[in-house]
Design a binder for this molecule. Structure first.
Ligand code: ADP
Length: 390
């Protein structure tokens, strides 16, 4: 990598393609552009911003993922004034046990990554198709896969195993954990925020549409709430979180639901949306005075408190909590309610600091420190690409 080179970061979802670009500036990576193509498959729209300025806002007729990516590459080329793209980093949900570090992708690696499609059917195909198309579109430019599972490969085996016969674990049915790039970013900035907590026991609460928590000891993941898929753990915007597996048997056997119906139910119709019948968006639920909305929020908080206690047990104590992602960074009420439920652990928030979303929100002299740290998965990916390219 040379001074002024650009790294492009792509995060492909089922109906969206998020992107950022970073420019190498000395030892730093400066973010230049960020934006997304949203509504792919329905009414796609590409928005790109440079800081607060909108530099592109285009409606794309009938664009599928392939076409959206073509338009995006054209927009990036124009906005980067043909400065060289040194590499492209991709968020890839699943790297299994095999991929423990960011990896430059070629046809052989793509083939190996295809094997994880059944473990992340809603995300992995889009991640891999995007890489495949970029390899065709920008031949010679390194495409680097960064995995959401990789950060959790330090989790001890006892926390990875389900109590199934061992042959299932050998076939890959084990707890992998996700949101790893977010946790890795938070772990990377913690030494500058609280050196003692960074060396000690911290629980990071990544509370967004997808929600999970991670227990860090000395900055390494030792336990996390998501497992084999991104369904386990906390209830989320539209996902169930942990469920008695007996419920699935009942849905199949007694309610005669098909596999795809159950998949849709678990990923898209449940969580805050399912409980409230109103919305998957925490803002809307908190603004509503409907009892169903209140109950959905109560279940979310209750389950978060229980998971926090469980991770504190895995750590054998707690030095700090960090709130991040959409809800964690912006919803003071949810932060406070979870902290209230974890008061027995020694967690107490300073109401004023919490209401103002300050970085340090724990009470002065509190036993457990508390922070709000905006996550930056894209920057984490760009750092990995820069490190790999040297
Ligand atoms: P994703 O997992 O899709 O990246 P986000 O991290 O954006 O999701 O989180 C979405 C959730 O965060 C929603 O429930 C929303 O209510 C909440 N949220 C996001 N931004 C804000 C904000 N500025 N103020 C309040 N709540 C927010």
């Amino acid at each position: 990598m040379r001074e002024g080179d650009t790294i492009v970061v792509l995060n492909a979802g089922s109906s969206s393609l998020k992107f950022s670009t970073f420019r190498a500036d000395g030892a730093c990576l400066e973010r230049e552009l960020r934006g997304q193509v949203s509504g792919i498959g329905q009414s796609p729209r590409l928005v790109a911003r440079r800081g607060a300025e909108t530099v592109a806002d285009l409606a794309l007729d009938d664009a599928d993922h392939g076409r959206a990516l073509e338009v995006l590459v054209d927009v990036l080329r124009a906005e980067l004034h043909d400065r060289p793209i040194a590499g492209v980093g991709h968020r890839v949900v699943h790297g299994g046990l095999e991929f423990m570090a960011p990896t430059r992708v070629d046809a052989a690696v793509l083939e190996r990554l295809e094997r994880f499609v059944p473990l992340a059917p809603l995300h992995q195909p889009h991640n891999l198709n995007t890489i495949r198309r970029m390899l065709e579109r920008l031949p010679g430019v390194p495409e680097v896969a960064c995995f959401d599972t990789a950060f959790h490969r330090t989790v001890p085996e006892v926390a990875q195993l389900y109590a199934l016969p061992r042959r299932y674990a050998e076939a890959g049915v084990r707890r992998y954990g996700f949101h790893g790039l977010s946790y890795e970013y938070v772990a990377s900035v913690m030494p500058a925020i609280d050196a003692r907590a960074a060396m000690g026991r911290t629980i990071v609460l990544h509370l967004g549409n997808g929600a999970s928590m991670c227990a860090l000891r000395g900055g390494r993941s030792v336990a996390t709430t998501m497992g084999f898929t991104a369904l386990e753990g906390l209830p989320m915007g539209t996902r169930t979180g942990s469920l008695d597996p007996g419920v699935l048997l009942f849905l199949f056997d007694e309610m005669k639901l098909g596999v795809r119906d159950v998949e849709h139910l678990l990923y898209h119709e449940s969580g805050l949306l399912g409980l409230s019948g109103l919305s998957s968006d925490m803002r809307e639920l908190l603004a509503s005075d409907r009892p169903e909305a209140r109950l959905a929020v109560e279940v979310f908080v209750y389950r978060a408190v229980r998971e926090l206690g469980s991770l504190a047990a895995a750590l054998g104590g707690l030095d700090a909590v960090v709130y991040t992602a959409g809800i964690g960074e912006n919803q003071a009420e949810i932060r406070a309610r979870i902290a209230d439920g974890a008061a027995w652990l020694g967690l107490a928030l300073d109401d004023h600091a919490n209401a103002r979303h300050e970085r340090c929100i724990g009470v002065a002299g509190g036993r457990v420190a508390a922070y709000v740290v905006p996550t930056d998965e894209e920057l984490m990916i760009a750092r990995h690409v820069a490190a790999l390219l040297g």
